[in-house]
Design a protein around this ligand. Structure first.
Ligand code: SF4
Length: 377
């Protein structure tokens, strides 16, 4: 394993629109590359430009804390940064991979986020995050902190094959129980679910049941993407080594889409299967509004709720214009409440969407969304 120390010009990545999965406008990668080396990791794909051998070489942004301090300094800005969760995790390297023990970049970044007053959402596969419970609790008291763990299943034996360098799911679940006991909200990112390996109804149900048992607040679910090139070659080699009798033919599921997405029929059937299980356990499949309603400003709150509505409708097999409207609204520079009478001029905003938007602007919530969440409509 090789560690390369490098200087970064910037750390805080600002998204062009709010991300409604994480309810976040900002992300950061303090490390590029990941020693966890999960066999399905799409950070290995050429499109992410991670140099060296993925899983063995990691770049450490040694000046990240100084850069981030400047980026979060409100006095250096003409306009304050819009509020949302700052996302730590995801992307091309786990923030709590083993070298974090030595460099403590994530811990020090959390301290800066705390000082800035921003809420934070951490996503990891490592129980090392429990080391930072003190700072996360302080962030939670000042704004809010969410700790989420990702899982491809909750089966320790399968995890040992597909993600051999991370703590087993049973330990991740215990870490969730711990954080819940400390008063923090926790999410499960049940992704990527691997075709033929972790996508059975039994394994999905076991994941939802165990998540429910430790008090998870929501589960974000997703299948596996498999991009042509390094990611696909590495994954298929490894999976054949460990599952020589696997009956699933990946050529039928992954047909070379640019983003590595699985075929629609497969994804749709998997989503329906998970959706039915989540409904039985009354498990939210998006971050519940109580975790973000008081954090987001008007336009961002509208975009997130519209995208969640779109997701819930599509999960039920219904057509929806909410997603298109959400995207258009995310590109509108004006404050929506200043253009209440002109909402229909925004692309994708029809009468139904307009009613929902007006209610969000007036009340800070949507009764239609709440009905969808509770399954009453
Ligand atoms: S922990 Fe995440 S970033 Fe690291 S190898 Fe696994 S999937 Fe990739």
């Amino acid at each position: 394993m090789t560690v390369t120390e490098a200087e970064a010009k910037s750390v805080l990545r600002r998204h062009r629109k709010i991300d409604s999965w994480f309810v976040s406008r900002y992300g950061m990668n303090l490390y590029r590359g990941c020693f966890h080396n999960c066999i399905y990791c799409d950070g290995r794909a050429e499109g992410y430009y991670v140099s060296g051998e993925f899983g063995e070489d990691v770049l450490v942004k040694v000046n990240a804390i100084d850069v981030l301090r400047r980026e979060l300094d409100a006095k250096r800005r003409r306009k304050p940064l819009p509020r949302s969760y700052i996302m730590l995790g995801g992307g091309v390297g786990d923030s709590y991979q083993p070298i974090e023990k030595k460099y403590e970049l994530t811990r020090r970044a959390l301290q800066l986020v705390h000082d800035s007053g921003f809420p934070v959402h951490v996503l990891t596969k490592s129980t090392l995050v429990t080391r930072d419970a003190d700072i996360l609790k302080a962030v939670n008291q000042r704004g809010r902190a969410i700790v989420s763990f990702s899982f491809s299943s909750v089966d320790d034996r399968i995890s040992d094959i597909v993600e051999p360098r991370v703590p087993p799911p049973s330990e991740r679940l215990e870490a969730i129980r711990f954080f819940k006991g400390e008063g923090l909200a926790c999410g499960m990112f049940l992704l990527p679910v691997i075709p033929g390996v972790t996508d059975s109804a039994e394994l999905l149900e076991e994941a939802v049941a165990k998540a429910s048992g430790v008090g998870v607040d929501f589960i974000i679910f997703g299948g596996m993407t498999l991009k042509e090139g390094r990611q696909r070659t590495y994954f298929e080699e490894k999976i054949k080594d460990h599952y020589p009798r696997l009956t699933v033919d990946y050529r039928h599921i992954y047909r070379g889409s640019k983003w590595g997405e699985p075929a629609y029929e497969y994804a749709d059937s998997l989503n329906r299967s998970f959706g039915a299980i989540a409904r039985r356990y009354n498990m939210p499949i998006r971050m519940p509004p109580a975790l973000y309603q008081d954090i987001l400003g008007g336009n961002d709150l509208v975009v997130v709720i519209l995208e969640h509505i779109d997701y819930l409708l599509r999960k039920r097999g219904e057509r929806s214009t909410f997603g298109r409207a959400a995207y258009s609204i995310s590109q509108v520079p004006e404050y929506l409440w200043e253009m209440k009478g002109d909402l229909r001029k925004v692309r994708g905003v029809d009468e139904t969407v307009e009613c929902v938007v007006l209610e969000i602007l007036d009340m800070g919530k949507s009764s239609y969304y709440e009905q969808l969440l509770s399954g009453d409509t």
